[in-house]
Ligand binder design. Structure first.
Ligand code: COA
Length: 398
């Protein structure tokens, strides 16, 4: 029986900052970002957006198409968690009106957690093929201002329905794993931006790649020549190319970069989307490369700390009918551009503790929004409902 991705969709944030704007304001050569990182812009959320609202927006899109029937589990993958105890998925569960007979959890292992969620979902579905799992990978990559990571910021979510007889991609059973404790990137509980050793993070990404590849091959995985296209985790676009070059060097096989390039059309404009990044790359490949039916795609997932996994999927006949590239195009084109000053002010404004009550005015154009904090509890709302001043216009927020 085939198991895999039945449907998938992305969402991004309300605002965009062009890297030319950042470069000009900070005295950096714009070519460093354009060619050195291969990045053009990044998404940044409005104050009434967070990983929950991005994830809920992406999830609502797939549920509208695929329905809620058979969904018994919601797995929310993120490293931008909004609570130390409660799964961000529980807010999504409420916003989307999912059944009480749906288990909800959150997974975490830096950018790798989306793939952990996918594998857990496949396990659940293989145990009961009549069930489907809603996987939501959603993140806001927020780095300290004036840090090396600042131009690689971003925000985005991908929601996927995992089930039997997948319309888009059958995930094949063999996968290769590589894990080791490495301090390359992490975020202590009381910090809103990560601590990063950039050089080490790139080394760890590449080392985990060859390690995961060796494990994949040792478990009977396909040879490079049998894999038609590749999607590699994209903390910034150039990193996926570096990863691919390392794989070529490691195996001694010549695999043209044209087999990676179709996966690299969205990240330059969205920025790093952490757990969603690999799956945004997968959507890029499915949207931009034609006649993929029957083609095998190799996927490399990486999460700092550090964990890598390599797995493959086969594109299903008729998959084109289930794609909606117009939504991705609208997410990118529909954002409001910020000036440098507006961006830096917003970056500071996002720095908010949990000790005070506050409410956010409506800024997002998305269907769900983060209303604010009420006695420490996060309140979310359906944006289409009117705001009543002085009261919480709550859609079962807490
Ligand atoms: N024109 C064109 N290219 C230029 C340039 C210019 N004027 N100036 C620099 N570059 C190139 C560099 O040669 C380098 O390219 P290369 O790696 O292919 O040699 C690239 O731009 C980056 O510049 P560099 O100075 O090496 O690094 P940085 O200080 O900008 O930091 C990261 C880069 C990735 C370490 C930083 O963005 C970061 O910490 N990101 C967050 C962590 C991360 O994403 N890690 C990846 C693995 S998860």
């Amino acid at each position: 029986m085939k198991l895999g991705i039945v449907d998938m969709e992305l969402a991004s944030a309300n605002y965009v900052v062009r890297l030319d704007t950042l470069a000009k304001a900070t005295g950096v050569d714009p070519n460093k970002y354009r060619f050195g990182l291969r990045q053009e812009a990044f998404s940044i959320p409005a104050l009434d957006e967070d990983a929950v609202t991005l994830g809920a927006t992406a999830a609502a899109r797939v549920l509208e198409r695929a329905g809620q029937e058979g969904i018994r589990t919601l797995i929310f993958a993120t490293e931008s968690g909004v609570d130390q105890s409660k799964s961000a998925g529980m807010f999504v569960h409420s916003l989307l009106g999912l059944s009480t007979a749906v288990r909800v959890i959150e997974t975490k292992q830096a950018c790798y957690a989306g793939t952990a969620a996918l594998q857990l979902a496949l396990g659940l579905v293989s145990r009961n093929p009549s069930e489907r799992v809603l996987v939501v990978a959603s993140d806001i990559a927020r780095y300290a201002v004036a840090s090396a990571g600042e131009p690689t910021q971003g925000a985005g979510a991908v929601a996927m329905i995992i089930g039997a007889d997948p319309a888009l991609l059958e995930i094949e059973p063999v996968s290769g794993i590589w894990s080791a404790h490495i301090d390359d990137f992490w975020r202590p509980n009381d910090l809103s931006t990560p601590l990063v050793d950039g050089e080490r993070s790139m080394d760890a990404y590449l080392g985990a790649f060859t390690g995961a590849w060796e494990d994949y091959r040792a478990r009977g995985g396909f040879e490079l020549a049998e894999i038609d296209f590749f999607v590699h985790h994209q903390p910034f676009t150039k990193m996926a190319i570096k990863g691919h070059r390392r794989l070529v060097e490691h195996t001694g096989k010549n695999v043209e970069e044209s087999r990676v390039e179709p996966s690299l059309n969205y990240t330059p404009y969205l920025g790093n989307c952490y757990t969603a990044s690999l799956y945004i790359g997968l959507l890029s490949l499915l949207h931009f490369k034609r006649e993929l039916s029957g083609k095998r795609i190799g996927c490399y997932s990486y999460g700092s700390g550090a964990e890598g996994e390599f797995f493959t999927g086969v594109v299903q006949p008729g998959y084109e009918r289930f794609l909606h590239p117009n939504i991705a195009a609208q997410e990118i084109a529909g954002r409001t551009e910020l000036s440098f000053e507006e961006y830096r002010d917003l970056h500071v404004a996002h720095e908010r503790g949990s000790a005070v009550n506050y409410s956010n005015s409506r800024k997002t154009r998305a269907p769900y929004r983060f209303v604010g904090l009420c006695d420490g509890a996060r309140v979310y709302a359906d944006s289409t409902l009117p705001i009543v001043t002085g009261t919480w216009n709550v859609h079962e927020g807490h």
